[in-house]
Design a protein around this ligand. Sequence first.
Ligand code: LLP
Length: 428
Amino acid sequence: LPSHITVRDGRLRIGEHDTVSLAERFGTPLYVTSEDRIRENFGRLSGALTAHYPKIRILYAAKANGNLAVFKTLASMGAGADVFSAGEVALALAAGMRPESLLFNGSSKTPADLALAVEKGIRVSVDSPDELRQLDAAAGKEGRTVDIAFRVNPAIEVPTHPKIATGLATSKFGIPAGAILDAYREALALEHVNPVGIHCHIGSQILAVEPFAREVEVLIDVAGDLRDIGVDLSFIDIGGGLGIPYRRETDQAPTPEEYAGAIMPVFLRGIKDLGIEPELWVEPGRWLVGDSTILLSRVNSVKTAHKTFANVDAGFNLLVRPTMYDSYHEVVAANKADAPAVREYSVTGPICETGDILAKDRMLPELAAGDIIAVLDAGAYGFAMSSQYNSRPRCAEVLLAGKEAALMRRTETIDDLTAAMVTPPWQE
Ligand code: LLP
């Protein structure tokens, strides 16, 4: 278990808090996030990178966890953000991040997104020549110039789930290396966009460092070509993607030091050869927040049929990763954390679909209604991908810092379900 998850007197703890007491106090289902752990993760990753090179910028990949309190935690550590939507821009700015520490990413930006970037002075990662022309026009209309990067598609295979491998030649993201120079040439010729960076992201939950090193090689090649056509690069953004060991027994996850050790020498040699000194930007999401959070749920009933099911009160409405990507999340019986694992259970949620399984065929202690199940490593793409499917109000989120515990999101109510609904006049 990570150092902030421990067991005392048979009960699972997170930081200085007993998870069973948290479940009783705030109710279940419940997301619980350790602010201390996010700070520790940020410090570790930042330290590993800056040990090689001082000009590092960490842009939190905001999609991983969109709670304002998480943004604030990271903002206070000096993080910027990789933002993909007007909502993420608003949250990042509300958390105190400065517009110049954001990068507006995405392959399908609306005219309103582009106008927002122009208005706020946010750099844009441009995904196509079409978008480039639209952005130039939008900036021209305001008499402004926007700093941009292009997103490069490096055509790199990565060992991860196909739905989250983003740098494949066939993926929808970025401009192929073969077309990238023309894109920059066009940007140089336009009046209201200023190409100052290169952006890339090869995928997520990557448990090897070689793909990142290869990615940096590709970007250094591009940087060389860009220098030759007169682009003055102020940053190279290699995206996020560093994975975490969801299967602690078997996953060989690179440490931040190993990650930095693989990419930084390639980067440093490359920029030295080119005689340039751009900042290196990274966009981690999962690595910063993934292990900071657990999802607590209560067993409603236990049923033995052809196998044994523990029916809990959280399903893929709250954590879709197991259903969507066949992801593995460790589960612990929080109130019986010392009890021997005696039976195989599938931990299943309340949603009316067979795929609503949080954990399949796991050896756990004898379970009964009322027991608390903790799903670990739920901080990245957990609450962020939740829904109200089956008309279930979303659950609360609690933030912990030292001995403090407080809501960072209240439980939704039935009224929240209907809040945005409008009655068509003929039904009034
Ligand atoms: N930068 C860009 C441009 C991205 O698209 C992403 C993630 C990241 C950074 C952060 O990647 P990370 O460091 O978190 O791996 N919902 C999926 C993951 C989707 C990732 C999407 N893009 C999951 O639950 O595994």
